[in-house]
Design a protein around this ligand. Structure first.
Ligand SMILES: *Cc1c(COP(=O)(O)O)cnc(C)c1O
Length: 230
């Protein structure tokens, strides 16, 4: 399937989810997660009108950024080691995986400007998942006041890999509650507007529950194996 065909389908699904939830499609940014695919397929995504791209490793990001540069808006969505910060911080518009003070300190030090960051929360409590415990998020964000280059623009989560719609829904609801709680504090450095949640298998539910950014890889650009099979 071409990226445009996939995109058309996803946009239709998002419109339906929005209708159900009384939301507007314009509230939702679709991030094409290109970590599995070639530069050609990534260029196809750009041609089909998607300009938010997500990568989860510094090497992958750098490789594509070297060719595409500022024709895209880059989102770093993967676990970020502090020593890798310097490789990505000038290239990305958003970091979705802020989950500890040592990382905040490094981003703040290396960034030449304010970087919108999303705090990654492990809502489901699964041990395999990165991110902070929900109970720790508020105090963590209060500590981020001391880092002038960090704007806390929202929260991010990865839901469990599950078919259980109720479980997914409750994860997304919890993240939204937490987001609302933080944005109501009116901290100037933490407007906390964005909710980055929803991937190929669960973006419809995430949109119904308030996602403002969905991170879609396989269902949108595919993965390398599928592309090569064509
Ligand atoms: C890979 C990845 C995605 C996209 O996954 P798909 O299921 O292929 O849509 C989204 N978010 C993060 C953090 C990822 O690592």
């Amino acid at each position: 399937m071409s990226v445009s065909e996939n995109l058309e389908h996803i946009q239709r699904e998002i419109a339906l989810a929005c209708e159900k939830a009384g939301r507007k499609s314009e509230e939702i940014k679709i991030i094409a997660v290109t970590k599995y695919v070639s530069i050609e397929r990534t260029a196809e995504a750009l041609d089909s009108g998607i300009y938010h791209l997500g990568e989860n490793r510094d090497e992958g990001l750098t490789e594509k950024w070297n060719i595409i540069g500022d024709k895209a808006i880059w989102h770093f969505i993967g676990t970020l080691q502090s020593r890798k910060v310097k490789n990505i911080v000038d290239k990305v518009s958003y970091i979705h995986s802020l989950d500890r003070l040592s990382l905040a300190k490094e981003i703040d030090k290396r960034a030449g400007k304010v970087i919108p960051c999303l705090v990654q929360v492990n809502v489901s409590g699964e041990e395999s998942k990165h991110g902070m415990n929900p109970e720790d998020v508020k105090n963590f964000i209060k500590d981020l006041e001391h880092f002038p280059n960090i704007l806390v623009d929202g929260l991010m989560t990865m839901a469990p890999n599950s078919e259980d719609e109720n479980l997914l829904r409750s994860c997304f609801k919890k993240l939204k509650e937490l987001r609302d709680e933080i944005s109501s504090l009116n901290l100037p450095y933490a407007p906390c507007r964005e909710l980055s949640m929803g991937m190929s298998n669960d973006y419809r539910i995430a949109v119904e529950e308030g996602a403002t950014m969905v991170r879609i890889g396989s269902a949108l650009v595919g993965n390398e194996r599928e592309v090569q099979d064509k």
